[in-house]
Design a protein around this ligand. Structure first.
Ligand code: ATP
Ligand code: MG
Length: 450
């Protein structure tokens, strides 16, 4: 307890020692043309309203690295209410952090008011921590320097003023960008306890930016990884989705493993990554996803989760089949069992889990290549995703490439060719009881028992 207190005081003192550096445009090289008009407009309007306003966070970091920012965040000393008064199309969102979304055109800028990161024990402030030191609500406004010190990493705490062109750097963030170092602001141990999600963020940024994690920033993670369990499932899911959709998912997961961090941090991957067959499949899926994101193509989280959990389902399904269960009901039971287990670790929201199950449930239908079934399958709204999934299974050696190839050709073939492709006298893989129950073929998918 005392050790923690001392650490906290020292951690804070360190930040304050660093002091403010103002870096002009001629030195840092960011040009206002690299910003969106929306970002420029929002900062200008706030400044004309008498407030401070800076582009902050990931956007400044990415611009310094010569990369195109995903989005622009703005930090200001105006309160959320004052911000909404200046922008017609804006609204306050969030409870844990109250922030303002300002819309212009199709773009949304997140505007946050400078926040404090100290005096946690002060009375009457709107900050709540739980018994592990985790901050559960934080709406204490503070100075710009306070705001810098409550951010996670030094490279995420840079403030760029599009009007003057200056970068305000309180924590040597520009130096760390240059050295490609990810360094926690303040005392890492305390900062991870305040918000264990920062451990995931450390790995995500290191992988995405190709930065190395400063040894002091890395050190406490092994011990504290278990704290991730205290994070509300929805937030953990969001952060995990960011990691998987960063365009560097393969590297992120690789790094998690290298740090011994995947246990507890990404619970559902523990099992999968430890089976050689599963690892190959997951890697193929992650590389595929990364490639699509880097090419600006859309990816489906449902598909991605279907791939990440498939080998758990597969092992369970195969065991049931060996025990004499029929393929279709065995798959349903395997999906239920894996779904229930997953639920207790990291709940996947319904909007993803329902299509995920549909993709799985369609897999045995690809085995049925006689009669009218292939015709109905290609008409299924989820055919494309299920087919892509089939390709991955073939690519990883789980199923015969011939099957995937057949399904590549069948949808493109004309009527005569299709008729010639159909297999004769093929045993229907356990689907007969279902057809007798007169289920609609298009609904023979995962959603129904989700
Ligand atoms: P990305 O490019 O992935 O969006 P980002 O740095 O912009 O990266 P965001 O999650 O958008 O990350 O957060 C914006 C900024 O808010 C961060 O740069 C950081 O300064 C601050 N921040 C976000 N999450 C945390 C956190 N858990 N603890 C402390 N500061 C945080
Ligand atoms: Mg961001």
């Amino acid at each position: 307890m005392i050790r923690k207190l001392i650490k906290r005081v020292f951690g804070r003192a360190d930040n304050h020692k660093m002091g403010l550096q103002v870096i002009p445009a001629s030195e840092h090289g960011i040009r206002v043309e690299n910003l969106t008009t929306c970002a420029v407009k929002v900062t200008r309007t706030l400044q004309e309203g008498g407030f401070k306003a800076y582009v902050v966070g990931g956007a400044v970091r990415d611009l310094l690295l010569g990369q195109r920012p995903k989005d622009f965040d703005v930090a200001t000393d105006a309160t959320p209410e004052e911000v909404t008064r200046l922008f017609r199309r804006s609204r306050i969102i969030g409870r844990r952090f109250r922030i303002v979304h300002v819309m212009c055109g199709a773009e949304t800028i997140e505007v946050t008011t400078f926040r404090a990161n100290q005096n946690v024990e002060d009375e009457g402030v709107d900050r709540v921590t739980d018994e592990t030191g985790r901050i559960v609500r934080d709406n204490v406004f503070g100075s710009q320097e306070d705001d810098a010190s409550r951010r996670d990493f030094t490279v995420n705490a840079l403030y760029y003023d599009p009007q003057s062109g200056d970068i305000l750097d309180y924590c040597n963030g520009v130096r760390d960008v240059q050295n490609r170092t990810l360094r926690m602001i303040g005392d890492p141990d305390t900062r991870y306890r305040e918000d264990p999600v920062r451990m995931l963020r450390a790995v995500r940024f290191a992988a995405k930016l190709d930065f190395h994690i400063d040894p002091e920033t890395r050190a406490p993670v092994a011990e504290l990884a278990g704290l991730i369990e205290n994070i509300p499932s929805s937030r953990l899911f969001d952060e995990m989705l960011k990691l998987l959709l960063s365009g560097h998912a393969a590297r992120s997961l690789h790094q998690l493993r290298a740090e011994g961090l995947h246990h507890g941090l990404l619970p559902m991957l523990d099992v999968v990554l430890e089976q050689p067959r599963g690892e190959k499949f997951v890697n193929a899926a992650l590389h595929n996803t990364d490639q699509r994101i880097q090419q600006g193509k859309p990816v489906s989280p449902a598909f991605l989760f279907a791939t990440l959990l498939w080998h758990e389902v597969l092992v369970n399904w195969e065991a049931r089949k060996r025990a004499g269960e029929k393929p279709f009901p065995a798959l349903q039971s395997a999906m239920d069992e894996v779904g229930d287990r997953q639920e207790t670790r990291l709940a996947i929201p319904k909007r993803f889990s329902v299509p995920m199950r549909e993709i799985w449930a369609m897999q045995p239908r690809f085995e049925q290549r006689s009669g009218g079934r292939p015709y109905r399958l290609v008409e299924h709204p989820r055919f494309r995703a299920a087919y892509d999934f089939l390709l991955l299974r073939a690519e990883s050696g789980e199923i015969d490439a011939e099957l995937a190839d057949w399904w590549t050709r069948f949808p493109k073939a004309d009527e005569t060719e299709r008729a010639a492709m159909l297999l004769r006298d093929q045993p229907a893989a356990g689907s007969k009881p279902r057809r007798r129950r007169r289920r609609k073929p298009a609904a023979a998918s995962g959603g129904q028992s989700a």
